[in-house]
Design a protein around this ligand. Sequence first.
Ligand SMILES: Nc1ncnc2c1ncn2[C@@H]1O[C@H](COP(=O)(O)OP(=O)(O)OP(=O)(O)O)[C@@H](O)[C@H]1O
Ligand SMILES: [Mg+2]
Length: 454
Amino acid sequence: VSAVARREEALALLRRRAFDIVLAHLSFSKEGSAILQAALAANPMTCVIVMTGNPSVEGSIKAIASGAWEYLPKPFSASHLHVLVGRAAHTITLERATGNPANSGAAVDDSLMIGRSPAFRSALELARKVARTDASISITGESGSGKEVFAHYIHKMSKRANQAFVAINCAALPESLLESEMFGHVKGAFTGAVRDKPGLLEVADDGTLFLDELVEMPKASQSKLLRVIEDGIVRRVGSEDTRGVVDVRFISATNADPEAAIKRGELREDLYYRLRVVKIHVPPLRERPEDIELLRDHFLTTFWKRHRERGSPKPEFSEAAIRTLAEQPWNGNVRELQNVIENVAVLVEPGSVIQPDDLMLLSEKTAVSPPPRMPTPIDNVPVGEYHPAREQLLAQFETRYLTWLLNRSGGNMSEGARIAGVDRTTLYRLLERHGLQRLPYSGLVGMPTVGDSS
Ligand SMILES: Nc1ncnc2c1ncn2[C@@H]1O[C@H](COP(=O)(O)OP(=O)(O)OP(=O)(O)O)[C@@H](O)[C@H]1O
Ligand SMILES: [Mg+2]
């Protein structure tokens, strides 16, 4: 999500890249529709949701007539917004599924599987074969290797392709929230449950549910999930009603070792075996060097289009840069390569030849992590306007702090949260915001994404 506070910033952002969904606070009295027009010019398939404090019928007709996708009068509730954004996302997914060419280039297509190495091809072949069955699939692989991409691919190749693909990140939510998200709740089940809410299991009915970071799921939730898998019946939190039968295909993923998690007593064995009818392992990038070239070129093309003016000449990699990329350990796998190339796409001159120095590589530095210390001085205090400068400085601080923290805790989230004095969910969110990824075995990899975080 990219957020901007002022119209000029919004227009500048829309000139640089296309968005799938734009939420704009507009008044239609003045030239307020400039953002709407700019968003549609960048990508005609954008769903623009217009929020306005002046909820006149006339205003809403005007907004829709000028190409807005929906109209959201203020004040509105979070759930209204939630539903609307969900519908917009659904619309976009459908348009993509029906192959609407006008929508290409808005994002990296997450069902695009790039790779030609034998190791990657055989994992892909297995995924393709089992996609059309309803078998539960467990995907393992290091962070950034492409587990989620595989999950999307399996869904797209399945008979459920036109139904929902719903993802739950089991690490990102505390237990109570995770359960109400997964199973839903009834009005009054807890403070704040002001109305009945279907859980994601129900939303995924007839479709696919992707359980990301499965081993992070609390044990109590694991038992409840097992019951659903066994009888298909979803019990909303606070309800004994057992009429909610669902038909869901499960795909789970983890970058930890599930068998070790079972031994430690963190993952229920019976649940795991239910979810692991087929196991797919996504090999780390260092075991498939043949794929680096394809991925590198693909990312440069994609990000050049996304970040640069239309028609500006794309740079090329020098021989030395190609060699440097080939020699990296890529502990952060495809995500790390993608970050490095996005960074290049934002920073280098049009039409230039990319040199090794243009590549902001992190692996080497973090592989031999220095003794834990706080890299204190912030080199350059940002100048310019107050708000962006403050944001920039804060982002610098947070990235450095988190880097230190992850080194200190050896990538262990619970330990990191304890040292920082925040809960694990907060830490997880912070890491995500800065594109930092924890690696279970080799410490930390990652870098802040330059420009808009994706
Ligand atoms: N084969 C591929 N082709 C194109 N893009 C890829 C491929 N594999 C991974 N990517 C890209 O790399 C990034 C990381 O992939 P993904 O999110 O699937 O990793 P992951 O294994 O789920 O990581 P984590 O364990 O950290 O959640 C994504 O932006 C994805 O689009
Ligand atoms: Mg993932």
